[in-house]
Write a protein of this length. Sequence first.
Length: 491
Amino acid sequence: MFDSLSSSLSSALNSLRGRGKLTEGNMREGLALVRTALLEADVAYDVVEAFLERVTAEAVGEKVLASLDPAQQLIGIVHQELVNLMGPVDHTIHFQQGRPTVLMLCGLQGSGKTTSTAKLAKKIKQQGRGVMLVAADLQRPAAIEQLAVLGRQLNVPVHTPDGVSDPVAVCQAGVARAQKEGIGVVILDTAGRLSIDEALMAELAKIDRTVGPDQVFLVVDAMTGQDAVSSAKAFNDALELDGVIMTKLDGDARGGAALSVKHVTGVPIKFIGTGEQIEALEDFHPDRLAGRILGMGDVISLVEEAQRKFDQDEMKKQEERLRAGEFTLEDFKNMLLQTRRLGPMGKVLGMIPGMGGIKQMLDGADLDRDMDRLFGIINAMTPDERRSPARVIDQSRRRRIARGAGVEPQEVNDLVKQFDGMASMMKGMSGLGVRDRMKQLQQLQSGIANPNARMGKPKGDTGKRLTADERKKQKKQREKDARRRRRQTRD
């Protein structure tokens, strides 16, 4: 998500770079390109106008135009205004003392409300608090069973209707049960509709008045664009929301909803869903998202995710080996397997400052499949070859490894050459913290950027930017040629 917006904004801001001096005229030209990029990303029109008005007031001031690097100053202004547009955000859930804290989730059908209920429960449970889920979505029978299944996965109790047809009574009974059993947090999964209607709002308002939840969160689907913003406004008018949980931010939506919802409703995005996994719910940080949109990366989020998902025992073993001056192809393979836990390689590259250009260069490539191809080459090697590839692997071994991995001998050769320089840099990282290592990875752009055997191979100057269809055709042709060469080798 945000790839298109990020690319468009970067192009707009880059148009101002390299000029000896910026005038008010060409600064306004650049901001007009920013305006177009935001509108194409489905940001609400009035949000774009208000945003550009604030940016323009700062950007055409004497301080910026007279600065040594006015384009860089403009990026700083756009970044800060993006942060202001989406924030501030208070991530805390104010837990009550002496009684259960009641959280109510609402939203339209298909927004991911029931799954978000379970994700929020897991997040709270990880803080050491007891949680109960209440299945109050009586409009969609499958929602009750879905929540029960998720509750079993989380090992948290789920209060179900048991023949009761009034959602208000179900919520009241669930809260009473939590009070009786000493459970600290109750999350109500309420009914949705395919669209906003009076019956839905009346039902939710009645639950709100009768049960009195401590916080009400609206779950919206980022893929629905401005419809998400419209529904957020309607729900907020009826319920006075405390926050928004935006789902499917890992998809290919254009990003307009995330940039618009706070300005239109006054309600901040509090949490974001970044995948189907039950742990894929994160605190929303406007400053980090603004950095990613502007191609500045998000090392902090990447480090936090790495600390949660990396195998810490394996990390310690790798650290000990690096300190001892050892880094083999087997270590490299294990490092990439750890990195894969963070999600698709395209996402990881986008979070490392300076890697945005490489991510764009590899646009359309299947990086994860290429990584499997690299693993195939390493797996086809003997332990000796993995330890000292440059010293041990000669021409005959290279041909044998290539046959075993189903690749061309040149790809084996490329890996060996690239790994030699990479090993020295990795040994130099021993003793650094995770964040510093992430920064050092920027220096590996020519080595780790492309996980297939041709790592960091520069793209030739074609004289024009290829379209997505042209890239796909070229990729298919390369695969066809590779299959023909493999058949000839076998024959």
